[in-house]
Ligand binder design. Sequence first.
Ligand SMILES: [Zn+2]
Length: 152
Amino acid sequence: MNCLDIQDRIVDLILGDIEPEEKEIILRHLCECPICAEEFDFLKECISVCACPELEKIDESYWEEFVISVHEKIALTKPKPKFPYRVVIPIAASAIGVIGIAYFLFFKTPTKEVARPEIPEVQTDPFHEVYELSPEQQREFIKMVNQKYFGE
Ligand SMILES: [Zn+2]
């Protein structure tokens, strides 16, 4: 029996619903295999927590679903690798920042109107405006950013 077969039978072993020979094989495997032993301990604990007088009335499919749902819950609570987000977000944020600054440097000529508070300023979104440029303007813009910041 391999680990999958063993783990499949662990619940039966815990519930005592198993042939003596098979029990022996599984117990021997549990002594040698820390992974299955851990699974055994875990399921034993779960079942003892859930143990109730109604237990014997529950049919086998209940335990199959029980084990699957427990594994799903474990998979959900495992921390996701954070590496891509930690790196990508600062890079994306600084790239957007550079584009925004560059846009104002190249496309916006500062006017005196800005300094006069009585004239309501039209609030513009620099990021949005960049995307509204025509493809030619975008290429020109990217070229200018590259020349200014990366010396290309
Ligand atoms: Zn094993």
